[in-house]
Design a protein. Structure first.
Ligand code: ATP
Ligand code: MG
Length: 372
């Protein structure tokens, strides 16, 4: 897919903006705090209806404004689609080709993006929660049904935890109530675990190949799902369900003592290995960054596999961290297949010769000049 046109109204530091001269590779150049990330963020928000930087939509509205609008025309395999997302402090509304969508989940996926920003290093370095959010965001983008199970699971988890917190000294009725919650928790839990394992298995295939390319063949990247019960490779729902229920009965006393749910997808994690060593523990800063980048780039291929179309790629502040060889490898990996938006503080930090044909946009204080 390909973004033909983008307009913003009262979005962060943009009052009104309309751009329509995008190329296959777009360089967004500007000094600090001018609006480069805001521009990429707007595309991200249009794809997922929420920001990669904040959970609070209110922060996206220009200071003093009660609403913001992000609109784009996206050229897809079967024709152009017009997307419009209107954000207010009360909520958001989405339109596809002028038609308001009853559910945001019907809108998510009309535009697909893969974003790589400096904070994505945390996928490798950070806490398990960061990695779970990575999985949830990425799977949710291509399989909206996943988000339904995730929401249900989280609701049930809160209620089950509340029950466990009040459970001190409770009698046999507690066991009956717990069993009811267990069934519901496991029902949605195994769907989440299964999708995550499938995602990791498919991502592994591409990430390994891409990582080898970027590092010139020197590093072998492996991914592994770390479940809170059962084996990493098990994907059969019936087996997972049985294992989940057994584990819940095993940890029951401990859960009552601690007042929380101790197994399930909310306690799972993912590990990354470079040449057999865990990247989070042994990887250098550069290896960790390359690992995070390979994961994101692998996702591009995965989305293509899943929906038959390439997403757009948003690279925030990452090019200047790579040497010219890696910049070139990165750009050439997706040459002419993937429309790319790249931010940088100066054109001089971009060395790859391939980038000389890029469309260049200069951003200053919420105003944009240039284009193809
Ligand atoms: P850097 O190179 O430092 O990453 P940038 O060009 O990516 O800079 P952005 O993150 O896009 O900068 O933000 C630019 C400006 O947007 C900042 O000055 C910030 O104060 C402003 N800004 C952020 N949120 C809002 C908002 N809701 N309303 C108005 N301005 C905002
Ligand atoms: Mg920025």
């Amino acid at each position: 897919m390909y973004v033909n046109q983008l307009s913003l109204q009262h979005y962060r530091n943009y009052d009104t903006l309309s751009l329509n001269s995008f190329g296959a590779v777009n360089l967004i150049i500007g000094r600090n705090a001018q609006g480069k990330t805001n521009l990429l963020e707007a595309l991200f928000v249009l794809a997922l209806t929420k920001s990669h930087r904040t959970g609070k939509d209110k922060e996206l509205l220009s200071f003093g404004s009660d609403h913001a609008v992000v609109e784009a025309e996206v050229e897809k395999k079967y024709g152009a689609v017009r997307l419009e997302l209107r954000l207010t402090s009360q909520g958001k509304k989405a339109k596809l080709n002028g038609l308001e969508q009853r559910k945001l989940s019907d809108f998510i996926g009309a535009l697909n993006v893969v974003m790589f920003a400096p904070e994505d290093l945390e996928i490798v370095k950070g806490t398990p929660g960061v990695r779970r959010r990575f999985l949830d965001m990425e799977i949710g983008q291509v399989q909206p049904g996943y988000l339904y199970h995730l929401q249900q699971y989280q609701k049930i988890l809160v209620q089950r935890n509340n029950l466990l917190k009040q459970a001190w000294g409770a009698g046999p009725e507690l066991s009956t109530m717990l069993e009811i919650w267990n069934e519901q928790l496991a029902e949605h839990g195994v769907k989440i675990i299964k999708k995550r394992k499938q995602f990791i298995r498919k991502l592994q295939k591409w990430a390994e190949q891409i990582h080898e390319g970027i590092t010139g063949g020197g590093e072998k990247l492996k991914l592994s799902y770390l479940p809170s019960f059962g084996e990493a490779e098990e994907e059969d729902e019936a087996v997972l369900l049985q294992q989940f229920m057994i584990k819940l009965s095993q940890v029951k006393d401990q859960e009552i003592r601690r007042g929380m749910t101790l197994c399930g997808p909310h306690r799972d994690d993912v590990s990354f290995y470079i040449n057999g060593n865990e990247a989070q523990v042994y990887g250098s800063q550069g290896q960790q960054r390359t690992t995070a980048l390979s994961l994101k780039l692998a996702e591009i291929e995965l989305i293509h596999e899943e929906i038959g179309e390439y997403p757009i790629l948003l690279l925030d502040d990452v090019l200047s961290e790579l040497d010219p060889y890696r910049q070139t490898q990165l750009i050439e990996t997706f040459q002419s297949k993937v429309q790319t938006f790249i931010t940088a503080t100066g054109i001089e930090s971009i060395n790859a010769s391939r980038l000389r044909d890029a469309s260049i946009f200069h951003v200053q204080d919420g105003q944009v000049q240039g284009g193809a």
